[in-house]
Design a protein around this ligand. Structure first.
Ligand code: SF4
Length: 322
């Protein structure tokens, strides 16, 4: 199999007990069918504990935390077994998103993980590397012509977005022209008002982000944020380029299921535009924005918006923003 990752993927290491925002709290961790079956026969205290906290397809959280998460941020299931074999698929693989199409596998690191967010922030230019493994190809029923078209389209979009010879906003315009998405002829203010409304329709585990978006709905607050767009664009062009490449890399190929790449590209742009607005708002509110703060913002934003299929579908279908 040919495995494609970002070049910094090889340096990823979970921060474990040092993580400022564990991935084992504040959301429901899905336990896949095979792991649920494994727990039914798992012997010892861990097996008993797993059976007692399993509820449908997840573990019942205790005070918002996974029932296996220890105070020191480590996982009692891993400590008991000395390995990760009893973990569910998502616990073994997070923060990796792994998509396999026949002989091609794509692995990206979700920026909902602080370490992955740090890596993206520190990256000067996001690039991809491929490696050959001994894994056999996976059978699938995807349309090979569509798959080929989508990989070429994703690569073209990423090539345009990474071209530093002109501004990021011009690169986005070029990309949209290339993929034949018409840009709505509306004011920037209307565009972002619609964007904030779309984000307000989404579902959040935690109310804080939604409350924050409610503030942005206020005309004056939005206006002052947009007045900082030039400053934010200049200061964070590399970050925004990386985030756009990150989303294009993760979502465009998902169109193999239905051919609708236009909606996936819009999803990427909607997501990045909203994060850009958050940066602008921080300038308007004069909140300090060092790398640690940006990392925390990206992690929260990704956790509440990216890891929910309903939210992603809403962002795909949000109309009249671009
Ligand atoms: S969020 Fe990332 S760094 Fe933190 S515990 Fe999870 S995988 Fe490790």
């Amino acid at each position: 199999m040919i495995v494609r990752t970002t070049d910094y993927y090889k340096d990823f290491e979970c921060l474990a007990g040092e993580c400022p925002k564990t991935c084992c709290a504040n959301w429901n961790i899905p336990i896949d069918r095979a792991t649920r079956a494994h727990y039914q026969s798992l012997e010892g205290a861990i097996g008993e504990h797993a059976r007692s906290v399993l509820k449908g397809g997840t573990f019942k959280n205790k005070d918002g935390r996974c029932p296996f998460l220890l105070e020191n941020g480590l996982c009692s299931m891993i400590i008991a077994a000395g390995n990760q074999e009893d973990l569910s698929f998502v616990c073994r693989t997070y923060p990796r998103k792994i998509s396999t199409f026949g002989n091609d596998q794509y692995i990206s690191l979700s920026v909902s993980c602080p370490r992955a967010a740090q890596q993206l922030i520190a990256c000067r230019k996001m690039s991809f590397v491929t490696a050959k493994t001994n894994e056999p190809p996976q059978m699938n029923s995807i349309d090979p012509a569509l798959y080929k078209k989508l990989t070429a389209l994703r690569d073209d979009c990423i090539r345009i977005v990474r071209d530093e010879s002109y501004s990021l906003s011009k690169r986005v315009e070029t990309m949209l022209r290339e993929v034949e998405i018409d840009i709505n002829d509306i004011s920037i203010e209307k565009r972002f008002t619609k964007l904030v409304r779309a984000f307000l329709r989404m579902r959040y585990n935690d109310k804080d982000l939604k409350c924050y978006f409610r503030l942005l709905k206020n005309h004056d607050r939005l206006q002052s944020a947009l007045e900082q767009a030039e400053v934010a664009a200049e200061k964070h062009e590399i970050l925004m380029e990386n985030l756009l490449v990150y989303t294009l890399d993760r979502y465009v190929l998902e169109a193999v299921d239905d051919g609708d790449y236009t909606s996936r590209i819009k999803l990427c742009l909607h997501w990045c535009m909203m994060f850009f607005l958050i940066l602008c708002d921080h300038y308007a509110q004069k909140t300090s924005l060092d790398d640690a703060k940006i990392e925390a913002l990206i992690v929260d934003f990704s956790r509440h918006t990216e890891h929910n299929d309903t939210n992603l579908r809403m962002l795909m279908r949000a109309k009249h923003i671009i």
